[in-house]
Design a protein around this ligand. Structure first.
Ligand code: MN
Length: 298
């Protein structure tokens, strides 16, 4: 059995721009530096927060990325994004945007206009997935993974798993595959757990594995209670674990599950750039200052 190493309550939130009120679990919180959850190098969690109506959409203005992927998962509210390659779109409730920044993009991320006007509950995750060194300078790309595109796997009591990336073997032994393409082995999924459902997972011991409790309270490995907004880190021991909705939990539980094979490469990171060497980091700043990331209007 995969052992629970830590159950972390959310750190004090801070604002990213004026639109994202996040608890930063990776890196920095507790023992979670950029290597502990490799290839997951950053995880910001915007726990459920009510934004008042606003005429001017809140968010983060134009900024660059290079060397990794940003994965945005919207649970409540809507996010709009635009980038220097002319791409853009809206990430609605239950949707995921998988952006491969790779050699570099400029983008901006805001609350969607209509959502801004009405205000309301906002909840999301932004995850950074590191790229293997040989793909860091490949061409940027987008995968808009609307909820309907996700592979849905039903559990026994009405709950289900929505596979975003990687695979999942159900209780009949059937293997399902998520729609996202990745540059290294990564599993990303959401589980909705109803009373009596047990979701079983199995990942190699050396894969770095964690879960974020998005809604409700859960029980891990039939023993450990993890409340809403907590982060459960698994030790690199054993392969299988289970999660269930806690009988104490009135609402159904929702859980984000992430597991990935570590890249085990050097990390040179500063702000929006994550490379392998200091030299590549300096190059990223020079390229950005030279306008090589393109142009995007504020
Ligand atoms: Mn960004």
């Amino acid at each position: 059995m995969k052992e629970v190493e830590l159950i972390l309550s959310p750190p004090e939130p801070h604002f990213v721009g004026d639109g994202f009120r996040v608890h930063n679990f990776i890196p920095g919180a507790y023992r979670l530096d950029m290597h502990r959850m490799d290839p997951f190098i950053m995880l910001d969690y915007n726990s459920k927060h009510i934004f008042p109506p606003s005429d001017k959409p809140k968010g983060v203005g134009v900024h660059p990325h290079r060397g990794f992927e940003t994965v945005t998962i919207a649970y409540k509210g809507k996010v709009a994004h635009h980038d220097s390659a002319g791409g853009g779109g809206i990430i609605g409730e239950g949707d995921v945007q998988w952006m491969t920044a790779a050699s570099g993009v400029l983008h901006k991320e805001y609350h969607e206009e209509e959502f801004s006007k009405t205000g309301g509950e906002f909840q999301m995750v932004q995850l950074w997935v590191n790229l293997p060194s040989k793909f860091k300078m490949s061409a940027p790309k987008y995968q808009a993974i609307e909820n309907a595109k996700m592979q849905r796997v039903d559990l026994e009591k009405g709950g289900y798993i929505e596979l975003i990336a990687g695979d999942y073997t159900d209780f009949n032994g059937e293997k399902h595959q998520g729609p996202a393409s990745t540059f290294s082995p990564v599993h990303l999924s959401n589980a909705s757990l109803h009373a009596g459902d047990t979701a079983h997972y199995s990942f190699p011991a050396h894969y770095n594995t964690a879960i974020v409790v998005i809604e409700g309270e859960i029980i891990v490995n039939q023993e450990f209670v993890a409340p809403t907004d907590n982060f459960v880190l698994f030790a690199n021991k054993g392969e299988e674990f289970t999660i269930e909705k806690s009988p104490e939990s009135v609402e159904n539980a929702k859980v984000l599950v992430l597991s990935g094979e570590p890249l085990r490469e050097p990390i040179a990171a500063h702000g929006p750039f994550v490379m392998n060497t200091r030299q590549e980091l300096v190059q990223a700043f020079n390229d950005f200052n030279d306008g090589k990331f393109g142009f995007l209007e504020d």
